[in-house]
Design a protein around this ligand. Structure first.
Ligand code: ADP
Length: 392
């Protein structure tokens, strides 16, 4: 049953043969498609069909505030893209432009290759069904049972009750809540409510699951189980997921790629492990602050410029560099004992990513330059944090 759904989950927006079977002639036809409401030709992005979402230079202002200031990004079929930013960064505006609730001032939104930015409300309806939404506060209907909540999108589509209930049962099994089909939302825990929210989001077989701070109202343990569920659905069904969050831990747990948004701009984008290993922007470093090792404050407070008995280095390693016997190589190259003060190697997307804080004897500039060059040669990034008078 899930196999049949898999075939449908990423199916084409318009009825007809799957994307990869369409002929050039059919593509030409699609390019001729005309919206019912405006009569304008709808742009079909034939070169980028594997992008479930493509945003091109989106701009949206509210008075003096640029909520979106030229956002371009893609979500590829089957991937989990995380968009992270602080409050006010532009995340909600981006979501509203994606589901057509907000019109960008300029720029284009493509969903499964179709440009939606200029569609009228009537043409937007079927498109919205291609996006399943999961919300922070679940948005369940309290007067309806769990199974009726899950089946709601199908009721809106006018599907027969038997079909709706069969689909709800299938989805409740997927999210591990079969025994709650007849229960009401008030009797469920937060985690269970979100499982119902996820099942409902999947009911109409969307091409994209859009998760808007889905775990922000949940405790850490429940958050982990909901993220594991989303990852499992992505892996088993190949479902494309766009996650909006302000928490790097969420990105770290399940995203393949991350885009960092700040003041309406994407300031950084890349594979999660690479962005974690080498953040380019201040905002990314700051968002990573809580989950990458930092020098403990009692040591940081003793750091001074100039000279000292020891120099504290921060060494960032990732990928191949983190698999090398770096510390023994450093030991062989640096005279005198050196000490590991703090840090460790983590794993992000199965890649080692680590930060080591090391104290080396003395503060001779030429010697330090040689150490840094040595580490650079082995693929590590090194920063001199300062000097300490004695052992820390
Ligand atoms: P986020 O979801 O990341 O918190 P938003 O997209 O809600 O960010 O907001 C981005 C910026 O745009 C903020 O400065 C916000 O105050 C402003 N903004 C968003 N929507 C409106 C609106 N309808 N009217 C005026 N300002 C808005």
């Amino acid at each position: 049953m899930i196999g049949a759904w898999l075939a449908e989950a990423g199916g084409p927006l318009l009825s007809g043969p799957p994307t990869h079977l369409r002929t050039v002639e059919a593509d030409k036809d699609m390019n001729q498609h005309v919206t019912a409401e405006t009569g304008d030709p709808v742009g079909i992005d034939s070169a980028r069909r594997e992008d479930v979402v493509r945003l091109v230079n989106l701009k949206r202002r509210f008075g003096a505030t640029a909520a979106l200031d030229g956002v371009s990004l893609t979500v590829q079929k089957g991937e989990i893209l995380g968009i992270i930013g602080r409050s006010g960064a532009g995340k909600s505006t981006l979501i509203r432009c994606l589901n057509g609730l907000e019109r960008p001032d300029s720029g284009k939104v493509f969903i499964e290759g179709r440009e939606i930015s200029r569609l009228g409300e009537r043409d937007l309806q079927p498109l919205r069904r291609r996006i399943g939404m999961v919300f922070q506060h679940f948005n369940l209907l309290s007067a309806k049972t769990v199974e009726d909540n899950v089946a709601l999108p199908l009721k809106i589509e006018g599907r027969p009750r038997a079909e709706r209930l069969a689909r709800a049962a299938e989805l409740l099994q997927l999210v591990g809540l079969s025994e709650k089909a007849k229960a009401y939302p008030a009797s469920l825990s937060g985690g269970q409510k979100q499982r119902v929210g996820i099942a409902r989001a999947l009911a109409a077989r969307p091409a994209l699951l859009l998760s808007d701070e889905a775990t922000s109202a949940l405790d850490p343990e429940t958050t982990r189980s909901i993220l594991a569920l989303l990852k499992d659905i992505n892996a088993r069904l190949g479902l494309t997921i766009l996650l909006i969050t302000h928490e790097m831990e969420v990105i770290r747990s399940i995203a393949d790629r991350v885009a960092v948004i700040d003041a309406g701009r994407i300031v950084e984008e890349g594979a999660v492990w690479q962005v974690f290993a080498n953040p380019k922007s201040e905002i990314t470093s700051s968002l990573l602050g809580g989950i990458r090792p930092q020098l403990p404050p009692e040591i940081a407070s003793q750091l001074a410029a100039g000279e000292g008995a020891e120099t504290i280095l921060r060494i960032d390693v990732a990928g191949e560099a983190a698999r090398r016997p770096l510390l023994s190589e450093l030991s062989a190259s640096v005279p005198g004992p050196f000490r590991l003060v703090h840090g460790g190697i983590d794993h992000v997307q199965q890649q080692p990513v680590g930060t080591l804080f090391v104290a080396i004897p003395g503060s001779d500039a030429a010697h330090l330059a040689a150490v840094i060059a040595f580490l650079k040669d082995r693929g590590a990034r090194t920063e001199v944090l300062g000097h300490v008078a004695g052992s820390v």
